[in-house]
Design a binder for this molecule. Structure first.
Ligand SMILES: CC(C)(COP(=O)(O)OP(=O)(O)OC[C@H]1O[C@@H](n2cnc3c(N)ncnc32)[C@H](O)[C@@H]1OP(=O)(O)O)[C@@H](O)C(=O)NCCC(=O)NCCS
Length: 178
């Protein structure tokens, strides 16, 4: 299977919105997402499209799309961005039947390279729900280091929960070119 990871265009942001808005309550619970905190499609679309148009130094969120030969298979976002320092990433294979086949680990590796290069990062965090096995295993496989488990509200869509904090750190001179 040929995989590609690249920045999302402003016409592709509905991949993210549709994913969350069509997820079952059970899946949102696994993700640690509170369904009452999802924005309306219109306001969400406007905000994400605005972010796509900003110069990278000014972005609050970077959106990546994961593609295979037959179309979109997933996406990743980075937020809590301190340009030149750090950010937090998220990872999603959209169709349940395409999970657990090696796509996530490979697309996370490629997403990490893009985030480090575009945002000139020193470190990249990811904080999945501690009970959500798939991302925790995937992050470890993609080279993240486990830091700690703690209780927090990890983002504006989330409820209070236990999360595992993972990190990848790189020296500036070891960043891989894309
Ligand atoms: C998290 C996610 C992106 C991982 O992608 P994926 O394509 O399923 O992962 P991979 O097939 O590359 O598997 C990577 C590792 O995780 C393990 N893994 C994946 N899904 C698993 C599951 N449901 N249970 C146990 N292990 C799992 C794999 O076995 C592999 O580890 P191994 O090679 O050491 O055995 C994907 O499962 C997903 O989208 N899940 C729903 C969304 C989600 O939970 N996102 C995280 C929000 S923070």
């Amino acid at each position: 299977m040929t995989l590609a990871v690249r920045e999302m265009t402003d016409t592709e942001v509905d991949v993210i919105i549709d994913y969350f808005q069509t997820s079952t309550p059970e899946h949102l619970e696994t993700l640690g997402v509170d369904p009452t905190r999802l924005p309306t499609a219109e306001s969400w679309r406007e905000r994400l499209r605005h972010q796509c148009a900003l110069p990278v130094e000014q972005k609050n969120i970077v959106l990546l799309i994961w593609l295979s030969g037959d179309g979109t298979i997933g996406f990743s976002t980075a937020d809590k961005i301190r340009y030149g320092e750090q950010a937090n990433m998220h990872l999603h294979v959209v169709e349940p039947e395409r999970r657990h086949q090696g796509i996530g680990a490979e697309c996370v590796r490629r997403s990490v390279d893009i985030y480090f290069q575009r945002l000139k990062l020193k470190r990249l965090f990811c904080e999945p729900n501690a009970f959500n096995v798939a991302p925790n295993r995937t992050l470890q496989k993609a080279g993240f280091k486990y830091l700690k488990t703690h209780m927090t509200v990890p983002g504006p869509l989330n409820f209070h929960q236990a999360v595992n904090r993972w990190v990848i750190e790189r020296q500036a001179d070891t960043i891989q070119p894309n």
